[in-house]
Write a protein that binds this ligand. Structure first.
Ligand code: FES
Length: 186
C-alpha cells in the first residue's frame, strides 16, 4: 500500500531532509501480476513532488510539475533528440510538448530507453553536477543519459528515445488510472 514520493522543491531546498511519503491505492498481488490497471490518488501531491508506483513490474513516475518545470520544457526543446516525440513511445493523447493529458501531471515509465536503468531526479539546482545550463529533469547514472521534465532525452545521450508514457486516464480530478486509455469522449 505504500509508495514513495520525493519532492523536487523540497530536495532542492533542503538536501538530506526526510523524504515524504504518499499513500496511494494499490491493486492486489494477483491483480498486479496480471497487469491490472493501478489507481492512484494524485490529490495529495504537492507541486514538484514525484510519486512512484509499480505497474506491470515497472516503476511509473507521476510528477506534479510546477510552473517553473513546465516553463523549462520550452527552453530545452532545441537540445532534445526527439522533441516532438515522433519516434518515442506514448499514447497519441500524450504526443504533445508536455507529453501528458494534463500539463500539471506527468506520467511516465522510469526506465531508461538505453539499457533499462532507472534514472534519478535532478532538480534545477543540481547545476554543479549537471552543468550550468541544467533546468531540471532526470539523469541516468548508468551511461549518462539526461531527460527533461517530460522524459524527453537530450541530444548526445546514449538513450535513443524519450521515456515511455504508459496508457492512462483520469477517473476524477483526484484519481489517476494507469494502464488504461482515456475513455471515449473523456
Ligand atoms: S541505461 Fe541509461 S544511459 Fe545506459
Amino acid at each position: 500500500m505504500l509508495v514513495a514520493a520525493t519532492s523536487v522543491a523540497g530536495a532542492a531546498a533542503t538536501a538530506g531532509a526526510a523524504v515524504p511519503f504518499v499513500w496511494s491505492m494499490w491493486p492486489s498481488e494477483r491483480a498486479r501480476a496480471a497487469g491490472a490497471p493501478v489507481e492512484v490518488d494524485v490529490s495529495r501531491l504537492a507541486p514538484g513532488e514525484l510519486l512512484v508506483v509499480e505497474w506491470r513490474g515497472k516503476p511509473v513516475w507521476i510528477i506534479r510539475r510546477s510552473k517553473e518545470m513546465l516553463d523549462s520544457l520550452k527552453a530545452v526543446t532545441p537540445r532534445l533528440t526527439d522533441p516532438e516525440s515522433r519516434a518515442s513511445v506514448q499514447p497519441e493523447y500524450a504526443r504533445n510538448e508536455a507529453r501528458s493529458l494534463k500539463p500539471e501531471f506527468m506520467v511516465m515509465e522510469g526506465v531508461c530507453t538505453h539499457l533499462g536503468c532507472s534514472p534519478q531526479l535532478k532538480p534545477a539546482d543540481a547545476k554543479a553536477e549537471m552543468g550550468a545550463d541544467w533546468l531540471g529533469g532526470f539523469y541516468c547514472p548508468c551511461h549518462g543519459s539526461k531527460f527533461d521534465y517530460a522524459g524527453r532525452v537530450f541530444k548526445g545521450a546514449p538513450a535513443p528515445l524519450n521515456l515511455p508514457v504508459p496508457p492512462h486516464t483520469y477517473l476524477s480530478d483526484a484519481v489517476l488510472l494507469i494502464g488504461e486509455d482515456r475513455k471515449k469522449g473523456a
